[in-house]
Design a protein around this ligand. Structure first.
Ligand code: NIG
Ligand code: FE
Length: 419
């Protein structure tokens, strides 16, 4: 049942050893020119240079000559809110007219707007909408994805979202990880009783979620007007007692101690980082000196900065400070209504001055690490899943982010099968 891809112009991100890439390592993108790749069942079983290939085409059940094309590992999108009840383009127009994200949130829009609608939407409806989005992003090259709850904000609503994510996990060929984000916002009815909502998250939501084994991680939106650093720690420590490691929203709009809290708890990833002050940078830099201190990733979400017209994340400074950068889409109806990782990669090169090699590493192997999926996806490695992007004929790797408006993907393979 073997499949052969032959005459690959460049086989991108070929690695025999797994390693999260920090600082300078991000710019090293190992490739094989004029390559072949063999797939058996759902796995990559052999790679090499055409001139060393010992087989003939008729040895294979399926053979694809992919001359002039690049083959890459699928994108690993380690931060999304892909399950949501309805789009929010009305708020998009309000923002064009001058309202800010924080103002819309404070007036009951934003996350609370989505939460109201989510609680009125059936599980099947949510599943069907999310399935369409998952199909869309897989055609755009995403092969592994993390999806958060956080638009329920009630016990039933959060459970409903996480059950939808579980169904996506079971039905889809994408590798899916689930994150519990009950602490995404304080619901209106708890406006004067924050502690009451935090207690609900810890004492009611967490045990119910753990009981049904619905989540892999815990997340908190650590931000002014949402949850402070101390609350973030308390919620994450409670999550840890149920086996959920933290993956956090920190420093999107303000620096309020989220980075320090996340590092202390050895977060799998610290996400957003639009606003990083000198002290934050010192903490990240010290934690990134060696992998003995912190094994996590700094996950940057440039399309959220783009959409909210915020300053971009300081990717170059973080790289100079030896951080392990991952890139993700943040696909959600409020701050990034797109799950297109090709655009995320392009934007990180165009606006954050990441090199194409750095961006591809950050969106593949480091993205895999940012959701602990590195043993299965994130690079072209024998034994990993055959989740592959085959490009249209292109001149070079740099052409991918350069021609940011073109769809350069010809085919996507998930678990050894073309979509
Ligand atoms: O990552 N910042 C918090 N959460 C999302 C936005 C959620 C929303 O606006 O619906 C984000 O940007
Ligand atoms: Fe987010």
């Amino acid at each position: 049942m073997a499949t052969l891809l032959s005459n690959i112009k460049t086989l991108v991100n070929t690695r025999s050893e797994n390693q999260i890439l920090r600082g300078k390592q991000l710019s090293e993108l190992p490739c094989i020119e004029s390559a072949y790749l063999i797939i058996e069942e759902d796995k990559i079983v052999e790679i090499g240079q055409m001139e060393d290939m010992k087989f003939i085409v008729s040895d294979f059940q399926f053979h694809y000559d992919v001359s002039e094309r690049l083959v890459l590992p699928c994108w690993c999108d380690s931060h999304t809110h892909l399950v949501f009840p309805v789009s929010r383009e009305d708020e998009f127009v309000q923002k064009i007219k001058g309202a800010t994200y924080a103002e819309i949130a404070a007036s009951g829009g934003g996350i609370l707007n989505s939460a109201r609608k989510l609680n009125e939407t059936s599980e099947d409806d949510l599943f069907n909408q999310a399935w369409k989005r998952l199909e869309e992003v897989s055609k755009l090259g995403t092969g592994a994805i993390e999806i958060k709850s956080g638009y329920g904000l009630t016990v039933e609503g959060e459970l409903k979202m996480l059950r939808v994510i579980k169904r996506l996990k079971q039905k889809s060929k994408l590798l899916v990880k689930a994150t519990f984000l009950g602490a995404h916002a304080i619901p209106m009815e708890f406006k004067d009783n924050r502690q009451g909502y935090i207690d609900l998250v810890i004492n009611k939501m967490l045990p119910a979620i753990a009981n049904e084994k619905l989540a892999d991680y815990i997340d908190v939106f650590c931000e002014n007007g949402f949850f402070n650093a101390q609350e973030t720690e308390i919620i994450c420590e409670a999550g840890k007692r149920f086996g959920l490691k933290p993956k956090l929203h920190v420093n999107q709009l303000n620096s309020i101690g989220g980075i320090e809290a996340g590092l202390k708890m050895n977060a799998v990833s610290l996400d957003h980082l639009e606003v990083v002050n000198d002290e934050d940078l010192r903490h990240l830099s010290n934690a990134s000196l060696t992998t003995d201190i912190w094994q996590g990733a700094c996950t940057l979400l440039p399309t959220a900065a783009f959409f909210l017209r915020m300053p971009y994340q300081p990717a170059r400074t973080l790289i100079e400070n030896n951080c392990a950068i991952a890139l993700a889409s943040d696909y959600n109806p409020g701050s990034s209504p797109s799950g297109n990782m090709n655009f995320v990669v392009a934007l990180s090169c165009i606006q954050m001055k990441m090199l194409p090699e750095e961006s591809i590493n950050a969106a593949t192997i480091n993205g895999a690490y940012a959701m602990e999926a590195q043993d299965e996806v994130g690079s072209i490695t024998v034994g990993k899943k055959a989740n592959l992007i085959i490009t249209k004929p292109v001149r070079s790797i740099a052409y991918l982010p350069y021609a940011f408006g073109s769809n350069l993907i010809e085919r996507v393979m998930l678990e050894g099968e073309f979509l």
